[in-house]
Structures are given as C-alpha cells and as structure tokens.
Write a protein that binds this ligand. Structure first.
Ligand SMILES: [Zn+2]
Length: 236
C-alpha cells in the first residue's frame, strides 16, 4: 500500500508544479483537468502491477517492434533482451507504458550504436517523481521533468495543455533544461547496462541466422602445438 500511497503523493506534486509555472494565468479549468489526469494515472498504476511474465511479453514485443523499425540491426536487437530488464528505480517501472517507453528508447540506442548506460526519459521521469517528494519543482527542474515526460509518454500528457506549457518552459529555460537533462541522464545512468558477453549459437527463435554475435565455428587444431602440451595429452 505504501507504494500506491507514495504514487498518489508524487502525482499530487506534479499538479502543484504545473500550477506554479510562471506563465500560468488560467486556474480553474486547468486544475480540474489536472485532477482528473491524476486520478486516471493513479488508476493506471494500480491496474498495472506487472508480474514477471507480463514484463517479458512486453520486452519481446518491444524487440519485435524495434526489429521491424531497424531490420539492419535485427541481430543486436534480438540480443538486447538482457539490456532492457526493468530497472529497480521506482514503483512506476512496473507500469506497462513506463516500461515500454524505457525499453523502446534503449532499443533505439542499440540500433543507433549509442551508449545504453545513460538514463532513459522514462527513468528520469521516475527519478524526478522521487525528487519532487523532497523538494517542490519549479523553473528548469520542472522544465526537464515535463520535457522528459512528453518525450517518454507523448500520448499521456499530465494535462491536456502540457505540450503548450512546455513551449513556455523551453523558451524561458531551454539551455538550462538541456544542461540539466545531460547531467541527470549521466547521474542516473546504469553503468552495468552494456552490450557484452553475448554468446549466440547462430539461431534466433530456433532459426539459423546470420548474426554478428554467433560464436565462431570450431577451428581446426592449431598448426603449431606446444610440444609439452602435446606430449602431456598423449601421455594420458
Ligand atoms: Zn545471435
């Protein structure tokens, strides 16, 4: 229950942060919209307490989508399953829309050959949620949070007018938001989230494929063998 209670608090703080934006001259309607948005999101989070098999299904589905978008990198994307494990970064990572956004961003980086360690926009939203519990957000800090939210969840704005409001934030604090985003992506990075130690048997989904990670076929015995080793083997 504490998770859900915390979640409600987080979302309430989104509301107050939005209300404090410097250009806000509309109050009544925006408040109502925000409240219903908060209620909808709390309901979503309560509904979406994922079990492990659901998360695996989402991961496989995001990989399949990424392969359709970037077929040239199908092999790397196939082997990205370990990279897109949900990160233990806050209760929101168990929500389908949060997880899918996180996974899709990482898979996009795999296809682009980019660094997979820096935090994703979805992760930064969760980090900002936690931070907003301790310190009310305003100015560039609120700007980076809302920018990350729009990037991670463009179909789920916190308020119907969020995209318009973001224009004001970007105009007032754009450079500071850029700097803060860069810093936060590094600070919240996962240093272990890297592509390595991939051992591919040369088959994906049971089908033989050309994969850059396929283990090299067994090579014939080296032409030059250390005589001591050779003798030792012969003696056994
Ligand atoms: Zn492979």
């Amino acid at each position: 229950m504490s998770v859900l209670k915390g979640r409600g608090n987080l979302l309430t703080i989104h509301h107050s942060a939005l209300g404090s934006r410097p250009t806000d001259d509309r109050t009544g309607g925006a408040t109502t919209n925000t409240d219903s948005g908060v209620a909808a999101l709390v309901a979503t989070v309560m509904d979406e307490v994922a079990d492990a098999s659901a998360v695996m299904d989402w991961a496989e589905d995001e990989i399949a989508r990424a392969i359709r978008r970037h077929s040239d990198h199908a092999d790397a994307l196939y082997h990205s399953f370990g990279l897109i494990r949900p990160r233990d970064i806050g209760p929101g990572m168990g929500s389908e829309f949060v997880y899918r956004s996180h996974a899709a961003e990482l898979l996009g980086r795999v296809a682009a050959g980019a660094d997979t360690r820096p935090a994703t926009a979805a992760e930064l939203c969760l980090v900002c949620c936690e931070a907003s519990l301790r310190t009310p957000m305003h100015g560039p800090t609120a700007g980076v949070y809302f920018r990350m939210w729009l990037r991670a969840f463009p179909d789920r704005p916190i308020t119907p007018g969020q995209a318009d409001e973001q224009v004001h934030y970007e105009k007032l604090y754009g450079t500071q938001i850029d700097d803060l985003e860069r810093t936060l992506r590094q600070k919240a990075a996962d240093p272990r989230r890297q592509f390595r130690d991939i051992d591919c048997p040369g088959k994906h989904y049971g089908i033989r494929v050309a994969c850059r990670y396929a283990t090299t076929p067994p090579v014939p015995a080296p032409a030059v063998v250390d005589p001591a080793i050779a003798n030792g083997r012969a003696a056994r």
